[in-house]
Design a protein around this ligand. Structure first.
Ligand code: SAH
Ligand code: SF4
Ligand code: F3S
Length: 437
């Protein structure tokens, strides 16, 4: 029987994609995957540091692993991801969680196999964290799904939004050569993948520093020429860099899903400036209008932060106004969380928790109202759905996504990866319900 590995992933799709590489490296070494950490010879926790509650969850989890490690002292416990790019967390682990064997950073993923070998040989703790790395191609990868796949196109971020830790944990923005991306996409399509998600913190600015110049719009055009793909998605889009050329590329290909994730973060010009977002409210509203005009039926989702330092009731009302004006398909909402080392963390005028949570509730209520009205268009419609599998809560229900990325639970006989038509019988705020036709 082969040894097993277990991976727990926190955070965004970049981390999920990194975990797929870690899984690929371990698979090549002959390990098999398990979802039960007690069976594992190698356990990896891939951390996220975007908000304080992400840090807290991780430390809770690491504490729980103490017992597992006591039962099975030979288990090799590894911790990686965005938290490890911050010295305070590395110090805290070494002090309070001495049973962690290997600590490595976001720039050391490709080297993980060697770190493991090194540890197996010496049985000495390893801490390996680099501040940056060039783009590395050809790292093994084990995909989470057969029918859909992530494809990273950029790494890191240069935007330095003042609240955000990502530029510190992921380093400077780097783009993969378009040819490398296209060959990966071709391989995926040949392997039966129907849907790909192009990933980057800010995909719209793709192309910096390439040997062969290529813009994001050009890349989209090239990707949509790959045979066999049914759906192309991308995230995240920074409003500032959403060029007309990108809109044209989207409009010109049926394969590119007519949905965008376009975080606006805050509705007040004063707060947007303090956040260093490089656009104002009028620009954002104009962009949404243009997208809706040029790409009829487009759905737009967003991210919103409440309680950024100095946010007044009036600023917050501006955020609510955008919610009312834009008819978002869905939204991720966050209470501002100060991140050590970022500019906003040391700004005057931090907002108290009570005010934040009051505004947060009000925002969620406004969104739910808007989304509930928006989803009426789905009622009794027929939607093309790619099946992701069976619903976690009910074995008899299938689950999948529409082209607009809406979650659909439905009854039917299809299998994972099938593309089917579903008649929508009920449209809830967070998911649709229907029957396969
Ligand atoms: N690169 C993407 C998003 C990365 S993080 C973009 O620029 O849109 C995902 C979301 O987390 C952000 O859009 C933001 O809304 C939220 N976020 C980031 N830092 C945060 C912080 N310190 N407190 C609260 N929310 C935060
Ligand atoms: Fe963070 Fe802004 Fe970069 Fe997004 S664009 S990762 S919010 S710094
Ligand atoms: Fe978290 Fe790092 Fe992603 S901080 S959101 S895992 S880039």
């Amino acid at each position: 029987m082969s040894d097993k590995y277990y991976i727990l992933t926190f955070g965004c799709q970049m981390n999920e994609n990194d975990s797929e590489h870690i899984a690929g490296i371990l698979t090549e070494k002959g390990y098999e995957r398990t979802d039960n950490v007690r069976e594992a010879t190698v356990a990896v926790i891939n951390t996220c540091s975007i908000r304080e509650n992400a840090d807290d969850k991780f430390f809770g989890n690491l504490g729980d692993l103490k017992g597992v490690k006591r039962e099975n002292p030979n288990m090799i416990l590894c911790v990686c991801g965005c938290m490890m790019q911050q010295q305070i967390f590395v110090d805290r682990i070494r002090e309070k969680f001495p049973y962690v064997d290997i600590i490595f950073g976001t720039h050391n993923i490709a080297d993980f196999g060697n770190l493991l070998d090194e540890f197996l040989e010496s049985r000495k703790k390893i801490v390996r964290i680099m501040d940056s790395s060039p783009v590395i191609e050809g790292v093994p990868l084990r995909r989470e799904y057969r029918h859909r796949a992530y494809v990273s196109i950029t790494y890191g971020c240069d935007n330095f939004c003042t609240y955000c830790i990502v530029p510190y944990t992921r380093g400077r923005e780097k783009s993969r050569e378009a040819d490398d991306i296209i060959s990966e996409v071709k391989c995926l399509a040949e392997d039966g993948v129907k849907e790909i998600m192009l990933l980057g913190q800010n995909v719209n600015s793709y192309g910096k520093g390439l040997k062969e110049p290529c813009s994001f719009a050009e890349l989209l055009r090239r990707v949509s020429e790959v045979e066999g793909l049914e759906r192309i998605r991308f995230m995240t889009s920074h409003p500032r860099d959403f060029s007309d050329d990108i809109i044209d590329a989207m409009a010109s290909s049926d394969k590119i899903c007519k949905s965008v994730h376009l975080p606006f973060q805050a509705g007040s010009d004063r707060i947007l400036k303090l956040m260093n977002r490089h656009y104002d409210r009028a620009y954002y509203l104009g962009l949404v209008k243009k997208l809706r005009e040029r790409i009829p039926g487009i759905t737009i989702s967003t991210d919103i932060i409440v309680g950024f330092p100095t946010e007044t009731e009036e600023d917050f009302e501006d955020t609510l106004d955008i919610v009312r004006e834009c008819r978002f398909e869905s939204a991720f909402t966050f209470i501002y969380s100060p991140r050590e080392g970022t500019k906003a963390a040391s700004m005057e005028g931090q907002i108290d928790h009570e005010t934040c949570s009051r505004r947060f509730k009000k925002l969620v209520a406004a969104l739910e109202e808007e989304i509930a009205e928006g989803v009426i268009v789905y009622q009794d419609s027929v939607q093309e759905v790619i099946v992701d599998g069976r619903s976690k809560s009910d074995e008899n229900t299938l689950t999948g996504r529409t082209r607009s990325n809406k979650l659909v639970n439905f009854t039917g006989t299809a299998s994972m990866g099938d593309t089917v038509n579903v008649k929508i019988t009920k449209a809830n705020t967070y998911y649709l319900y229907g029957e396969q036709i």
